[in-house]
Structures are given as structure tokens and as C-alpha cells.
Design a protein around this ligand. Structure first.
Ligand code: VAH
Length: 318
């Protein structure tokens, strides 16, 4: 089935803020329904409806009202928030996904749902983590994402639901504020460096994590949503990768723009504990072969873009 009209659940989050307008450019604004549970604070190029992933009846009404053919479910607690509120994470990340899959089964809809490299745990090989490997997450975020992947595969095998998914690394953007994730330090650091010339980092200096610039993530997300069904060989979730760095690497790169920038370290045990269970780098060759995942932004280009645009944003807010 060709995607013509989508509903984006969680359209005002980190991914939705860029995916929604990108899809509006391709499909037309009148073919994008942005669903949000919170106050709507963006002049969005989309039809805006109120609701959330835990209100399946409201979602069904909207699906029918707008003749939706594809559900993009971005609603999710990230890793740090999931450890602080495991019950909430289970509800939104997993019960919410099952609500979406049940609706897709009943109304023959296509689904896109984001997983994360957080599915990998301490027993997973950390370097160039393979697509198929030991997957034993020890965080609530990771286990909701792994369980979600298996639920997606189940709905595909049992009911033929055409659900596609990718395992995002840490995503870096300048359009949304940093939030409660383990990789979010890599956004906070820019705001602190530009405003104070100093950043107190919650992760150990040598903690290498996989990351990606948002524009690459959005391009590949649209690619996997639009790709013909036959090319999707993996119905749990595809590994996605771009580059990896440590807080030390990032601080050195920022110093190219701010020579006097100073970083110090005050380890937050809760965040470090999560990061220590994740891989340092990811093998994403299957996504490249099956549906053409590609990366246009490396570490250096990404740091330059974030530095210049966050500096501009902070200057405008003064
Ligand atoms: C987090 N940004 O830090 C998310 C992501 C791989 C990390 O899933 O929780």
C-alpha cells in the first residue's frame, strides 16, 4: 500500500518536529494529521488533532475522519525518563504501541515505529554491534523497545501488519530543546558552552556512544516508510548508524569554535549506568542493502551545524 495520508502520534517531539514538515513537503499539508496530547505550540504545516497513544478510540475516530493509511507512532519515554517512571514508560512505549498495532490490524494500515540502540544490553558485543546478536536490555527503556520490536514482528507474522522500524542511535538536532535521554548531554553541552563557556558533563569522558544528525535520521525514516513492502526483510527493527564519539571527543571539537571552552565531569551514576549497557558503534549494513539507508553528515559537520544554529537561536532569544 502506498502512503498517501498519515497520522503522526507524538508529532511535537524531537523526531516529529522535523519529520512532520518533511512529510508535509512530500505528501502535502492536508495529508498530514499531527496528533498531540500536550498544548500545541508550533505553527505546524499539518492538520492538528488532540489525543494520545493511550486513547485508541479517539485515534480510530481520527483515522476514519481523515481516511488515514499510515500511522507513525513516535510517542515514547526516553531512557532517563523511563528509569524515573518505569510504569509510565511501560504504558506509553508498549501499551501505546500495541494500541497502534491493533488499530493497524483492524483497518489494514501501515505503521512506522522507532526502536533504539537501547535494545542492546551489557551482554551484546559493543563494537560494530551486528543486526542479529545477543539482545538482553537491562533498562526499562531498552526492554520496552525490545518487547516492542518482537510485538511488531508478531503482528506482521500473525496478521500481516506492514509495520517498519529502525533502531535510532542518539539523535542530534538544534530545533528542539534537550530532553531526558542519556545521549542528550551531547545537546546540552552546546547550550552551556555558548552561554557559559563551561559544561559539567554527567558522563565519563571516555563514554563512546553511537549518534546521528537529525537530517540523516529523517531522510532514512521517510525512506523506510515509503519503501515497497517486499524490500523490508527485517520486521523487528533495523540497526541505524552514522558516527560515534565520547564527551572528550565532543569537547575537543567544540574547542575548535570556542578555544576557551572548559569541560569538567561530575558523573551521574543513573545516566552512566544506562550508557554503560549500550554499544559504542553499530553495524547498519542491512539497512543500507535492503532500503538504501545513507549518511550525509559526519561528526565534524554535525558539530559545526549544531554550534552555529544553537548560537544563532540563543542570540535571538536574548
Ligand atoms: C536516549 N536519545 O538517550 C535517546 C536514545 C539511543 C539513545 O534512544 O534515551
Amino acid at each position: 500500500m502506498i502512503t498517501k495520508k498519515v497520522i503522526i502520534i507524538g508529532a511535537f517531539g524531537q523526531i516529529g518536529t522535523e519529520l512532520t514538515p518533511a512529510l508535509a513537503k512530500i505528501l502535502g499539508e492536508k495529508n498530514i494529521v499531527a496528533l498531540s496530547h500536550s498544548k500545541i505550540n508550533q505553527d505546524f504545516s499539518a492538520i492538528i488533532e488532540k489525543g494520545d497513544v493511550l486513547q485508541p478510540k479517539i485515534i480510530v475516530e481520527i483515522i476514519k475522519k481523515h481516511q488515514i493509511d499510515t500511522i507513525i507512532n513516535l510517542a515514547s519515554y526516553l531512557s532517563v525518563k523511563s528509569e524515573a517512571d518505569p510504569q509510565g514508560a511501560w504504558q506509553v512505549n508498549l501499551i501505546g504501541l500495541k494500541n497502534v498495532l491493533d488499530i493497524a490490524k483492524d483497518y489494514q494500515l501501515k505503521v512506522f515505529w522507532p526502536s533504539s540502540i537501547a535494545v542492546f544490553g551489557p551482554t551484546t558485543p559493543k563494537i560494530q554491534t551486528p543486526q542479529d546478536t545477543i539482545i538482553e536490555p537491562t533498562t526499562m527503556y531498552g526492554l520496552t523497545k525490545r518487547a516492542g520490536e518482537l510485538l511488531c514482528q508478531y503482528y506482521y507474522l500473525k496478521y500481516g501488519v506492514d509495520v517498519r522500524s529502525v533502531r535510532y542511535p542518539g539523535l542530534l538536532d538544534y530545533k528542539t530543546p534537550p530532553s531526558m535521554g542519556t545521549t542528550e548531554y551531547a545537546k546540552w553541552i552546546f547550550y552551556h558552552a555558548i552561554e557559559k563557556g563551561y559544561y559539567l558533563c554527567p558522563l565519563r569522558n571516555d563514554t563512546v556512544l553511537p549518534m546521528m544528525y537529525m537530517e540523516d535520521a529523517i531522510r532514512s525514516t521517510i525512506k523506510i516508510i515509503m519503501t515497497e513492502k517486499e524490500k523490508i526483510k527485517i520486521r523487528t527493527s533495523y540497526n541505524l548508524a552514522a558516527f560515534s564519539f565520547s564527551p572528550d571527543d565532543l569537547a575537543q571539537e567544540i574547542k575548535k569554535f570556542l578555544p576557551h571552552f572548559k569541560i569538567e565531569y561530575q558523573i551521574d551514576e543513573n545516566i552512566q549506568k544506562i550508557a554503560d549497557t549500550w554499544p559504542s558503534s553499530i553495524d547498519d549494513h542491512q539497512a543500507k542493502i535492503d532500503w538504501g539507508h545513507e549518511v550525509n553528515f559526519d561528526f565534524h559537520k554535525t558539530v559545526k551545524i549544531l554550534f552555529e544554529n544553537i548560537k544563532k537561536k540563543l542570540a535571538q532569544n536574548k
